[in-house]
Design a protein around this ligand. Structure first.
Ligand code: SAM
Length: 296
């Protein structure tokens, strides 16, 4: 932190000290248990923030702001408001300083993002809302699935811009017939149109992680087609991909004692394997399974 009364160095132009100084002054040594790999380059965080544009009438919900690199990027790019949820108390002074530089535009909640009741966090006048984060890798997919399983649909967020390990990003956008295609692809693509917007090497982070990362942008589908319940889609994909090398007539036995009537009613060949079904077919199977289940 700069000394009081002394103008801070401000290479990025927001009047706040460089992030490297901030983490040194607050002694925020990165904790692996919190998935802390910080982005200290504000040009890069501004670029990520712009993926959620237009920001001027937008409330950005940010998970894990850390010392505030992406938070500053969002505010510099004109986000009307940022609501940030951070578990690491050591980051509080840095975030408070950002809040002072942008009066009324940053609200910080110190706590675990896994415990948050999301819509309740939003003010009544939130307007267009986006979720944006360089996610802690250890809770990233759990958080993502929570946002994808939101009820009612369309959800409370209008776009998500999320950084994952590249391997996870590839599983989200994977197509049928590939090794990466699985439950994450089905739920992601049933409810949204995910696309990889940016790929970053380890050198973009401090400390550098072992693997590459990628930012995925998710736009919610107005109405997933075909319609089915999230719960049953989860059950069907868990059974099918739980034994992904087996034919569906075998793997779906963990869901129903005899899968053949279900497969026939859904128009799916019993010899197929999970990774051969597209997302729409999974949704159809889930719809039929729910119907058969409730009529028994
Ligand atoms: N946004 C910062 C950046 O891009 O430099 C930090 C990103 S770092 C990958 C992940 C952040 O999430 C860390 O600041 C970490 O403390 C925070 N975090 C980890 N687990 C969390 C949780 N369960 N709830 C809220 N924040 C969490």
């Amino acid at each position: 932190m700069p000394e009081p009364g002394k103008p801070p160095k401000s290479p990025a132009g927001d009047g706040l000290p460089p992030l490297r100084e901030v983490i040194a002054a607050l002694e925020i040594d990165a904790k692996k248990s919190l998935g802390q790999n910080f982005i200290l380059d504000l040009n890069l965080t501004r670029r990520i923030a712009r993926l959620a544009a237009p920001l001027d009438a937008t409330t950005a919900v940010e998970i894990g702001p850390g010392p505030g690199g992406l938070t500053r990027g969002l505010l510099m790019e004109g986000a009307r408001r940022v609501i940030a949820v951070e578990r690491d108390q050591r980051c509080a002074p840095a975030l408070a300083q950002i809040g002072e530089a942008y009066p009324g535009r940053l609200a910080v909640h110190l706590g675990d993002a896994l415990d948050v009741q999301w819509p309740a966090l939003l003010p009544p006048d939130a307007g267009r809302t986006v979720i944006i984060a360089n996610l802690p890798y250890n809770v990233a997919t759990r958080l993502l699935i929570g946002w994808l399983e939101t009820d009612p649909w369309p959800p409370w967020w209008e776009r998500m811009v999320l950084m994952f390990q590249k391997e996870v990003a590839e599983r989200i956008v994977a197509q049928p017939g590939t090794k990466a295609y699985g439950r994450l692809a089905v739920i992601s693509q049933w409810r949204t149109t995910p696309r990889i917007a940016l790929t970053l090497g380890p050198e973009a982070f401090t400390p550098p992680p072992k693997v590459a990362s990628a930012v995925v942008s998710f736009l919610p589908r107005a109405q997933p087609m075909p319609e089915c319940s999230v719960k049953w889609l989860g059950r069907v994909t868990a059974a099918a991909f739980g034994q992904r090398r087996k034919m569906l007539r075998q793997s779906l036995k963990t869901l129903v004692s005899d899968p053949l009537p279900l497969l026939e009613a859904a128009g799916v060949a019993p010899e197929l394997r999970a990774e051969q079904l597209d997302v729409a077919t999974f949704a159809r199977l889930a719809h039929v399974a729910e119907h058969l289940g409730s009529s028994r």
